[in-house]
Design a protein around this ligand. Sequence first.
Ligand code: AMP
Length: 478
Amino acid sequence: MSEPDIADARFDALGLDPQIQRALDELGYTSPTPIQVKAVPAAMQGRDIVGIAQTGTGKTAAFSLPILQRMLPHANTSASPARHPVRALILTPTRELALQVEESVRNFCRNTPFRILAIYGGVPMDPQVQALRKGVEILVATPGRLLDHLKSKLVNLGTVQHLVLDEADRMLDMGFIDDIRAIVAKVPAQRQTLFFSATFSAEIRKLADSLLTDPVTVEVARRNSPADLVNQQVVEIDAERKRGALLALIRERQLPQILIFCGTKIGANRLTQYLVREGVQAATIHSDKTQSERIKALEAFKASELSVLVATDVAARGIDIEQLPMVINFDLPGAAEDYVHRIGRTGRAGCPGEAVSFVSPEESRNLADIEALLKKPITRMEAPRLADGSSVAARGGGRERADERGPRRAAGERVARDLPVPNLRDPATEVDPMALPASAFQSVEQRRTLPPPPNRRRGQAEVPALLRRMPKPDPAVS
Ligand code: AMP
């Protein structure tokens, strides 16, 4: 197969049926992305495909357009469920990705009579059961919930002609390998398989080899190369001061959308509560939230009704928000690769993005790993501070307004005395006790008076804005 000309490619040259082409026109898609140029013609001929591409490259259209084209001879408007057997099965690792894929494919087939359904866990089975009974040609599913429906004999995969594995690497990471094998065993061996993965490890290659026949491999460079399009910065800061600096940054930037990553669900919850108390329109998504809460939060964020979405890594997987201006790592991820995934949420579609990471001394090892992976150091920036010149930690309660607090304290004036002693059960307490290393001090109040840790590396930018306001350590307690 000759190498397609990517620069001059147009959708109308791909030979798609007018029903599909019209949908693309309506959606404003004029030129195919590189993965679409490479994958669509081969898949339209019925070839298996291994696509090495990330979310944001246009891979959803790359696998769904050729499938729709090949399914069109079967399109019918009959009311009979038997006339709408499952012909295409698209497996995704997360519910969010399943919903996004469903939305895209529904758009692509808007001028056809095909029925499409997404099934995923965390919501009642019954509405899915009702929809399955009516018959659907295109099924988008997360593996666990699909297996539940298979066990109840509500889905017949014996009619599947096109199988897609989307974000196969993430499905392996999430431990779905056995589920995938159990599902594939129910799909006819005579089928077309389209396999997409952001990375291509030996394990992924093994899985692809076992599922595909003589595939065409297409690989595209990341559209959102972090080096090119994302302005990355690091704020070195003690853990307990992160929240105040984050709030200051949010207020300073006034961006329509900021995606914030936390390492844990409890951390995400606490941070969201704090931001909401401070008047920020924020919500959180993580795996303990119900599906409808997650969808609601995501939709509100996409519509810019929420300016801040706080997420954990797994929940944020596959979230695609056009032109997201900023990602903040409130905690650094444990694995350096996840940093690249996280900041890849911004800087898409040619728009510049910004990624700021708050890094505590305890996380300096993770930062070193990330910089090793990127093969360059990340620029340090000063910790932002609140407009009234105070840090949240020094505001004695946080909820009062600056003009209600009486005269300003001079920098270095004793602050700790005025601060409430944090109540470990009260999330309203300003210093987050969860953020404090347990062994470090006798009381939280004392911790607030400690100087910057001595192990801060030479040459690193100091974190002056917040720390400078802290009083000198009291020799009696240090
Ligand atoms: P995906 O990688 O499939 O998640 O697609 C990322 C985003 O790019 C989605 O919002 C798509 O709607 C959009 N997109 C995909 N292909 C094209 C195209 N050829 N022209 C314009 N937008 C596209």
